[in-house]
Design a protein around this ligand. Structure first.
Ligand code: TYD
Length: 141
């Protein structure tokens, strides 16, 4: 979890994110999920190279991360926290509250070839690749 700076005064809060300072990569793309129906699940894939930070800009949701050995659920509900997801990690986003907005800052432009969309394909891929990021994630448990 990354805690972004928060500047508070009587007018409200302001947070900011600077590439290579609050997050460890250059931001190539920004996308956001919104109007997610209750009960819907997003994600359900991993990336070979792409790194990502997910932020609950509004509302709340769960992000389930899986490195092929461990699964861990992160509850996001504050816009000054981000969840860093390294490459080679399976992710699912669930339990979206109404009016939630999930902002993603990512290290690559859109490339379908970077996706691992089948869980078994993901398991094979991490077995056959040096998955440093996944091992680090495992160490946090
Ligand atoms: P998908 O990967 O299913 O979204 P999620 O990760 O939330 O489950 O993407 C849905 C569609 O949107 C799919 O056809 C690919 C497309 N898409 C883009 O064209 N550009 C993007 O930046 C993203 C994230 C998705």
């Amino acid at each position: 979890m990354v805690n972004f700076p928060k500047v508070s005064d009587y007018r409200g809060n302001l947070s900011f994110i600077e590439e290579s300072r609050q997050i460890p990569f250059v931001i190539k793309r920004v996308y956001y999920l919104y109007d997610v129906p209750s009960g819907a699940s997003r994600g359900g894939h991993a990336h070979k190279e792409l790194e990502q930070v997910v932020i609950a800009l509004s509302g709340s949701f769960d992000v389930i991360l899986d490195d092929g050995e461990h699964r861990r659920t992160f509850f996001l509900n504050r816009p000054h926290y981000g969840l860093y997801i390294p490459a080679g990690i399976w992710r699912e986003l669930e339990n979206f509250s109404s009016n939630s907005v999930a902002l993603s800052l990512v290290s690559q432009v859109y490339d379908e070839g970077d996706y691992l969309r089948e869980y078994e394909e993901f398991k094979r891929w991490i077995t056959n690749n040096d998955n440093r990021a996944g091992r680090e994630f495992g160490n946090y448990r």
